[in-house]
Each structure stands twice: as structure tokens, then as C-alpha cells.
Design a protein around this ligand. Structure first.
Ligand SMILES: *[C@@H]1O[C@H](CO)[C@@H](O)[C@H](O)[C@H]1NC(C)=O
Length: 204
């Protein structure tokens, strides 16, 4: 189920993004020299050595896909709180030629959650480029009750940040998940499965 949703999401990112990218259509920008060089560092229990996150870039440099083999926050009222909040931060390296810059314009997330009435789960994403304090943020709240379903949602980012011009900088991506037990006495959990970042490019 999740992989089907994921495949169609990926197809949507590939097909739709070049057409809808504003302010500049990606089709008249040469992205052939854009190169994804991998993950430079990772930190947090959501993507530690046992559960490393993976990131791949779409060939036309219009989308990044981050996947998590095991990134779960869970909490039951009265339990220890060590699993109630989890995060994963990766720094990725995308090199691009002078005269071009990019930003993340939207984020599609697929989370799987089991949340009882009265409880909620929050998935926050923070993005920033090395050497800058400007951040893009996305926050998704899943309010119970929900069964153990994959919950895709696309979130437009309001505070989008451009990468530096004529200087490739690493991009920091932080995913954080937490449970608010609220009035629930059940065990509540949320797993982050996939995050798809839609990119747009412009000349600078
Ligand atoms: C970036 O580099 C390009 C190509 O060398 C140049 O045309 C442009 O003026 C530079 N932009 C800035 C902001 O330095």
C-alpha cells in the first residue's frame, strides 16, 4: 500500500513539477550539471547507524526523496518518554553550476500512524542551507482517531529559502516526530516513511 502511494507520488513529482515550477519554468534551465553527491552527515535516533535514512534525487533535479527504514515515535501514558520524540537530521550535498540556485517549494510526506481519540502526532520538517540561519519549516499534525494507515499529504512551504548563488552549500534536512498523548491512555505511535521534496530552480 505504502509503496503504491509512494510510486504514484514520485510519478506526480516527476511529471508535475517542471510544468508548475514558478517563478521560472525548469524546462528552460539546463540542469544537466546539477549533481547529487550524497549524505554528508546524519544524526538522531530516527536515522542512526541501525536505521540509516536514504536520499535520492530525481534525474531532472526536480525532486528529492528521503526514506526511513525505521523512524517511529511512540508513547503510552505512564511509560518512559524516551521514544515520545524522535528526530533525524541529515546534511546533503547537491552541487550546481554558477548562475543557478534552487529551493524546496513543497514537501509531500507519507506517515503511518496509530493515534487514539484525544491524542495527536506532530511531524515537523526544518530545512536550511549551510552558512545561513534562514529556515523553511513545515508542520503536520495527525489528530486521532486514526488506524494504522499511511497518510500522505502535500504541504506548500510558506517561508521558502533559496540556496546561495554561485556557491554550492549543503542542505540540512531535519525531520522530527512526537506524540501528544492528550487524554489518551493507549499506546500511540507515528512512523515517518517517506518525504518527497519538490525543488524549483532559477537563474541568479
Ligand atoms: C554568478 O555567476 C554567474 C556566472 O559566472 C554570473 O553571471 C552572475 O553575475 C553571478 N551572480 C552573482 C550574484 O554573483
Amino acid at each position: 500500500m505504502i509503496s503504491q502511494i509512494f510510486t504514484s507520488l514520485l510519478a506526480a513529482v516527476c511529471i508535475i513539477t517542471p510544468v508548475t515550477a514558478t517563478p521560472v519554468s525548469a524546462t528552460d534551465i539546463d540542469l544537466s550539471k546539477v549533481k547529487y553527491n550524497g549524505i554528508l552527515s546524519r544524526g538522531g535516533q530516527g536515522c542512526d547507524q541501525q536505521h540509516p535514512a536514504a536520499v535520492s534525487i530525481n534525474g531532472a533535479a526536480v525532486g528529492l526523496v528521503e526514506s526511513f527504514p525505521q523512524f517511529t515515535a511512540s508513547y503510552k501514558s505512564g511509560d518512559a518518554v524516551d521514544k515520545q520524540r524522535q528526530f533525524c537530521q541529515v546534511a546533503i550535498d547537491i552541487s550546481y553550476p554558477d548562475g543557478l540556485q534552487y529551493r524546496v517549494k513543497e514537501v509531500t510526506v507519507i506517515d503511518s500512524a496509530r493515534i487514539s481519540e484525544g491524542a495527536s502526532a506532530i511531524h515537523d520538517i526544518t530545512l536550511y542551507f549551510g552558512g545561513s540561519t534562514d529556515q523553511s519549516t513545515v508542520s503536520k499534525t495527525i489528530t486521532g482517531p486514526v488506524a494504522n494507515n499511511a497518510i500522505p499529504s502535500t504541504n506548500v512551504i510558506s517561508n521558502k529559502v533559496w540556496s546561495p548563488c554561485n556557491e554550492s552549500q549543503y542542505l540540512n534536512i531535519k525531520n522530527a516526530a512526537r506524540i501528544n498523548a492528550g487524554t489518551s491512555k493507549d499506546k500511540n505511535s507515528v512512523s515517518i516513511k517517506y518525504v518527497v521534496f519538490g525543488l524549483e530552480w532559477r537563474r541568479c
